[in-house]
Design a protein around this ligand. Structure first.
Ligand code: ARG
Length: 498
């Protein structure tokens, strides 16, 4: 099982072994069945390492050129695997699933233990024995740490673009809703009227925080592990800034033990993804409710709904239901990752290999969600009459009524009590506050005068919340303009925050 000078060993580490591996164990411990997706990252990191070892004198300029060209050709294998390395391209190809592509790729390289081994084997086919020099001064431990950083960084960029796209869709919907109103809920009981645009802007605020969480994670993880070796640092005198620069990292990582075993960057990404998932699930839940006959606030776009094989009348909200479900999956992946890292002694441990699939799943789940949510959002049509009716019935102007009295000098606590009595009267008579006769209102407080009715109509009820961040019509217009400007700025910067 030992190496020859021309061919890489069947294994990358077989020299000290006398017995072959148990067949089942051998297959079971391989990561190539899932880490094949890291081919672009592995090739980029290998090219950067080749530059660094060439600068250290391990490769001649001609050898470097041959090596880089060979790596380029190995990287092109991914083109045959197509855009199906989909999470980082942002385009999901649902016709060919990752699982199908993976099976074909893995069958084409039955010896490859992992993506690092695969590239070494393929590079040998391209450039012969020169390929065996590539591993000089490096370890798979720093390679996988680098590949995963590159993968997560790209996934963050794809997610950021998707979030900007979805935010823009929410903003155009808000724009289209103009000054249309809906009931706002607390405890899922009607509370006060709000502009539909105000409700939609609440989601834009959540997404802006998500964007900044991803940007924070990106900035924090953007350091290059190459040159860290297996644990103690590279055994070759390397200029570590070469690889860092080639791969667009801010700088080399400062500690080799940390760099080879740190997976915080994966946790940061997973946690930002689960928080985004929670936001998506709240949006999905609200729309699922609003699409019920009981609410009747939204007509689900047919292009994004499904029917029932049993009940001919059904139009089901599968998109929002699945979106709600996917957030559980994101949260599960983040929890799995944290549990894998918890209690691991320094430095590299093979347990870490288990974290990769969680990250791939998160990247795929996010890419899928963000590929449907923007168009779904743009296709939403609200039943404005039903929403306005719900906003104008059920005493949602009671707080505006109490504010009316307190503006007249009645202490708020007292005003609250008086309006509570007025609501009680209305409930007994089946009348809204603005339909109660003035004379009856005046039995509750002499401060009620004719101007009360204008003070509690829908527009005044909205406009008494005339503070930045409130639902007064003019405030929502300002907030919408401001959010549009912020999102446009992010889109212009290509999504890069900070
Ligand atoms: N496939 C491995 C992983 O994902 C690569 C690193 C292997 N390192 C090692 N010392 N066995 O973690």
């Amino acid at each position: 099982m030992s190496t020859t000078t021309e061919q890489p060993a069947l294994k990358m580490w077989s020299g000290r072994f006398r017995e072959p591996l148990d067949r089942t164990f051998e297959q079971w411990q391989r990561s190539f069945p899932f880490d094949w997706r890291l081919l672009p990252q592995e090739v980029a990191a290998s090219k950067a390492h080749a530059q660094a070892i060439a600068a250290a004198g391990v490769l001649t300029p001609e050898e470097l050129e041959t090596m880089l060209a060979g790596l380029e050709r190995v990287g092109e294998r991914a083109i045959n695997w197509a855009h199906r390395i989909s999470a980082t391209s942002g385009q999901m190809d649902y016709e060919t699933s990752n699982a199908q592509v993976g099976a074909a790729v893995v069958a084409s390289a039955p010896q490859a233990e992992d993506i690092h081994h695969y590239v070494e084997l393929e590079l040998t086919k391209e450039v012969g024995a020169l390929a065996l020099k590539l591993h000089t001064g490096r370890s798979r431990n720093e390679q996988i740490a680098t590949d995963m950083r590159l993968f997560v960084r790209e996934s963050i960029d794809v997610t950021t673009a998707g979030l900007i796209h979805w935010s823009s869709a929410l903003l155009s919907l808000a724009e289209r809703c103009g000054d249309d109103v809906m009931p706002g809920y607390t405890h899922l009981q009607r509370a006060e009227p709000v502009l539909i645009a105000h409700w939609l802007l609440a989601y834009v605020s959540m997404l802006e925080r998500d964007l900044s969480r991803f940007a924070d994670a990106r900035a924090r993880m953007n350091f290059c592990p190459l040159g860290s070796g297996a644990i103690a640092g590279a055994t070759l005198k390397l200029d570590r800034s070469i690889a860092a620069r080639e791969l667009d990292f801010t700088a080399p990582t400062p500690n080799s033990m940390d760099a080879t075993s740190d997976r915080d960057f994966m946790l940061d990404f997973a946690q930002a993804a689960s928080t985004l998932g929670l936001h998506i699930s709240r949006f999905a839940e609200e729309l699922t409710l609003y699409a019920t006959a009981e609410f009747g606030f939204v007509d689900l776009p047919e292009a994004f709904s499904t029917g029932s094989s049993a009940m001919p009348q059904k139009k089901n909200p599968d998109l929002t239901e699945l979106a709600r479900g996917k957030s559980g999956r994101l949260l599960g992946a983040a929890t799995a990752l944290a549990t894998i890292v918890k209690g691991l002694p320094l430095a590299y441990n093979k347990d870490l290999q288990e974290g990769q699939e969680q990250i791939f799943d998160i990247a795929d789940t996010l890419a899928g969600l963000l590929s449907v949510l923007p168009n779904f959002t743009r296709a939403l049509r609200f039943r404005q009459c039903a929403m306005a009716h719900a906003a104008e019935t059920g005493y949602l102007n009671a707080m505006a009524a109490a504010t009316y009295l307190s503006n007249k000098g009645v202490p708020f606590r007292k005003a609250h009590e008086i309006v509570g009595n007025a609501v009680r009267l209305g409930l007994d008579r089946g009348l809204e506050l603005n339909n109660l006769p003035l004379a009856d209102l005046q039995t509750l407080s002499p401060e009620f005068t004719e101007d009360f009715f204008d003070a509690v109509d829908i527009r005044a009820t909205l406009d008494c919340h005339d503070n930045p961040g409130g639902t007064a019509v003019s405030q929502v217009h300002i907030a919408l303009r401001a959010a549009e400007a912020r999102i446009a700025l992010l889109a212009a910067k290509g999504g890069a925050l900070g």
